[in-house]
Design a protein around this ligand. Sequence first.
Ligand code: ZN
Length: 207
Amino acid sequence: MADRKPLALAQAPTARPSRAQVEEAVRTLIRWAGDDPDREGLKETPNRVTRAYEEFFAGYAEDPEEILRRTFEETEGYDEMVLLRDIRLESYCEHHMLPIIGKAHVAYLPSNRVVGISKLARVVEIYARRLQIQEKLTVQIANSIQKVLRPRGVAVVIDAAHECMTTRGVHKAGVSMVTSHMLGVFRSDATTRRELLSLIGGAAGGK
Ligand SMILES: [Zn+2]
């Protein structure tokens, strides 16, 4: 009696499944696709898929705000735009769990502190390695920078292709989606926004 857990508790969404349960789920998908998970070529697949998922969704275990808190204040009064351009973006759509691949551009106008540029790339990566929609991803990156650095403005532009659109459904290859989120001066001042878009160039700057 004592070792029998109520089913509802065992299946609560907050309870993280075991690795064995995840591998079993992959075996189920393979069987459902019409193949035999025990044949030679597929034997190790559930294990490989589980490890790949660990990598794809590593962002849940990390805190982007923690990373942004490591700032530098000795900036000699630098107060112009800082732009990190063409950050490789690999995310996963929350509707189909398929890759969203593209580029992110992150800019901010420092007030008195700057952050290492690798940290900006890390913030993009942490939010990207979760189940996402591109709109939410764009806003989350901008808001976390705004909240921690308190700059005069933040801009995030993402240009990405969604595999759920290219490999299934409407099968439209070569289509990318551009989203942007502007805060502070980037939102209120058209000249600053234009400067940013011309620095980014290409598809995102054409709007
Ligand atoms: Zn999708």
